[in-house]
Structures are given as structure tokens and as C-alpha cells.
Ligand binder design. Structure first.
Ligand SMILES: [Zn+2]
Length: 246
């Protein structure tokens, strides 16, 4: 089986994984797969008009619960808009949630501890199993555009200490919406788009670009897999505006 690993040298790689490297909950999911190889990405799993539910199972300290919910909603919004798939949040039972979203760190996931600099990983779906997304909560994920100084990061509790001689050093952080959307693409079955011309034009290109809106190639891929939904152009623009400003 394959997993998409997103590392902080800005590359995404597809790697084979051993079940032993994963959390117990993920291992449990895998052990239910009768044909683990079917989890390979790139195939359409769900029917056109199927409702795919997602459920968040763990949380992240530096984003509010509302931000975390909106993050996943916005990550799947464009796929819902472009295809007949309906991707919705499941609040109560996890029983029929096909996509599980987790925020876990090296203390929870051996895989994160062993792969320093890994930002996230995701599985594609298979028959009877959803795709899963796990964000590495040991990294700093913030919804902000302006650079973050060491002194501000310390005051907000993002870092435990800083070099007092350099309070204005910038602290690295990542855009969670870009990564959630890339990993979310895998969770509904998309593989990478590897044409280098798409480096800054496609969310599914295997590189952390910070893009938040699907490029033409991403959309074409979604349409090829699930078919195309007709959404009014004006409504689309209004919705995409929300994603850009979030
Ligand atoms: Zn990927």
C-alpha cells in the first residue's frame, strides 16, 4: 500500500508503509482491508452522487475548534462543487464516516517520530474503507498571511523559548488549508499530478506550494474520476473567495 507523505522540505512523496509504523487506529482500519493493495490511489471508489462523510477525531492546540472544522469543510468544498460527490461533516457517530481527520504528533504516531519533518500523511479510499488524513500536530500551522516573529510566537505560546538577542527572527509556520486540501485530494482518491509545469498550478503537484484553489489540472482530474457538476459560475466565485480569505 502507499501513503502520501508531506515533508517540510516541501516535497510530497508516495511511500510504501508498514502497518507497524502507524497508529493503532489506523492499523485497525488497515487490518480490515481484505485487499490492502486496493488502497492504492488513483481510482474512483465512490458513486457519483454518494454522500461521503468526514469526522475529526483529534484536535490541534493552536487553531480554534471552529477554525479546525472550517478548515476541513473548505478543503473539501471545491471537490464537492466540481463533482457530484457530496462531502459532509458527520457530527455524531463515526460508524459511517468514510474520511477520518486527525491531528497527531510524534508522541502518538511512530511514523511522525521516525520521519522528522513530516507534515502530514493520507491514505486513499478503498472499497468499504474511507481515506484518512493525519496532520502532524508537532508543526506550527497557522491561518495568517504575515510573517511571525520569535517574540510574538513566544507570547502566543507557540514556542517555549527564543533567543532574546534576536526577537525579530521569523518563525516558520505552514498553511493548514493548502496541506489539508492536498491530503484531502488523496482521501478521495487522487494521485499526484507530476508534470513539472504544474508545480505552482496544481494542488495535487507533490510540492508544498501554499496554493488553496484547485488548478485546471486538479479539476480535470476530479472530473475524470467522478464526473462534472454544474455549479453557477458566480456562485463558484463567491465560494472560492471564502477559501482565499480564510
Ligand atoms: Zn500527496
Amino acid at each position: 500500500m502507499e501513503v502520501c507523505v508531506h515533508t517540510n522540505d516541501k516535497k510530497y512523496e508516495l511511500k510504501p508503509v508498514e502497518a507497524s509504523l502507524l497508529t493503532s487506529s489506523l492499523t485497525a482500519v488497515i487490518s480490515h482491508a481484505t485487499k490492502p493493495d486496493d488502497r492504492a490511489l488513483g481510482s474512483r471508489i465512490w458513486d457519483d452522487a454518494e454522500t461521503v462523510y468526514w469526522k475529526q477525531e483529534s484536535s490541534y492546540d493552536f487553531l480554534t475548534p471552529g477554525q479546525q472544522t472550517n478548515l476541513v469543510k473548505l478543503a473539501f468544498l471545491e471537490a464537492s462543487m466540481e463533482t457530484p460527490l457530496v462531502i459532509r461533516r458527520r457530527r455524531r457517530s463515526t460508524a459511517d464516516a468514510k474520511i477520518k481527520v486527525n491531528w497527531l504528533g510524534g508522541a502518538d504516531v511512530t511514523f511522525f517520530k521516525d520521519s522528522k519533518g513530516t507534515l502530514a500523511f493520507a491514505y486513499g479510499p478503498a472499497q468499504g474503507i474511507g481515506g484518512d488524513i493525519t496532520m502532524n500536530s508537532d508543526n506550527l500551522w497557522l491561518l495568517r498571511k504575515k510573517p511571525l516573529t520569535a517574540v510574538e510566537a513566544f507570547e502566543k505560546g507557540y514556542i517555549d523559548d527564543y533567543n532574546r538577542s534576536y526577537p525579530n527572527n521569523t518563525i516558520k509556520f505552514y498553511d493548514p488549508l493548502h496541506t489539508m486540501k492536498h491530503e484531502g485530494g488523496h482521501a478521495i482518491g487522487l494521485r499526484h499530478l507530476t508534470d513539472t509545469a504544474l508545480r505552482y498550478l496544481a494542488i495535487m503537484f507533490p510540492y508544498y506550494s501554499g496554493l488553496r484553489i484547485f488548478g485546471d489540472a486538479d479539476k480535470q482530474y476530479l472530473h475524470d474520476l467522478y464526473g462534472k457538476a454544474s455549479v453557477n459560475h458566480k456562485i463558484k466565485e463567491i465560494i472560492l473567495g471564502r477559501i482565499r480569505l480564510f
